[in-house]
Design a protein around this ligand. Structure first.
Ligand SMILES: [Zn+2]
Length: 229
């Protein structure tokens, strides 16, 4: 935990945050998890599925929009299909963001996976994109690399290239999610945008998140309300 807060001072455990999140949504919109359809745009890495908190399983979904490191590769077609599944008196919650490992020894971008004796990259796709190894058969990976290339000097000048690359990817996911939402018609009144950085650690410590935003969009009035956390 100390290693995680060194890099991400506002990080909390995924379980704590999820509980706080659904309490907040209940207070703001008077909706329980059973009335919320969740879409996720997080990395397809199995570590994120293993560490998905139980309380979140009371919600409907998730509809999976994310590919490598959480970029919403399912696009407008994916979100459009999802928008039609929303309970009319409920809300949509879109959880999105990249992930990054912190090992037991405090190494950023590494994690010891279950059944392994040595740490491996987390997010592996992000680490590879920072190294910039392109392959024509690798559409999602190429997209991540193009994203990072646009912010090459910002990443190279940062103390941790991987941490800065994770921030760049967060901003790209956030921008893309907002664009997709603006072009999609939802059957529910509310769409909640829940942006986080997911921090994975060893299985015994569980996952952590640092919240970047919780915004509630009222689809009837078009008003976007930023909820401070
Ligand atoms: Zn990943």
């Amino acid at each position: 935990m100390k290693h995680i807060t060194n890099w991400y001072p506002k990080a909390k455990s995924a379980i704590t945050l999820t509980e706080e999140y659904y309490k907040l949504i209940q207070a703001e919109l008077n909706l329980t998890p059973e009335n919320i359809l969740v879409a996720t745009s997080i990395c397809s890495d199995d570590i994120n599925m293993i560490e998905y908190p139980d309380i979140a399983r009371k919600t409907l979904g998730p509809f999976v929009m994310g590919g490598l490191n959480g970029f919403p590769f399912a696009g407008l077609t994916g979100l459009g299909a999802f928008a039609g599944h929303v309970p009319i008196n409920g809300a949509v919650s879109i959880l999105y963001g990249p992930h990054i490992g912190v090992s037991q020894t405090g190494e950023l971008g590494k994690v010891l996976r279950v059944g392994h004796t040595e740490t491996s990259n987390c997010c592996g796709a992000c680490a590879l994109a920072v190294k910039n190894a392109t392959n024509d058969l690798d559409y999602q990976q190429n997209t991540l690399e193009q994203l990072l290339l646009k912010s090459e000097s910002r990443i190279k000048n940062a103390t941790s290239h991987l941490k800065e690359a994770t921030e760049v990817i967060f901003e790209a996911i956030d921008e893309r999610i907002r664009l997709l939402v603006s072009k999609t018609k939802f059957s529910s009144r509310y769409v909640i945008l829940y942006g986080v950085i997911i921090i994975n650690s060893e299985a015994e410590y569980g996952a952590y998140c640092e919240v970047r935003n919780i915004d509630i969009l009222d689809t009837e009035t078009g008003v976007l309300r930023k909820i401070v956390v």
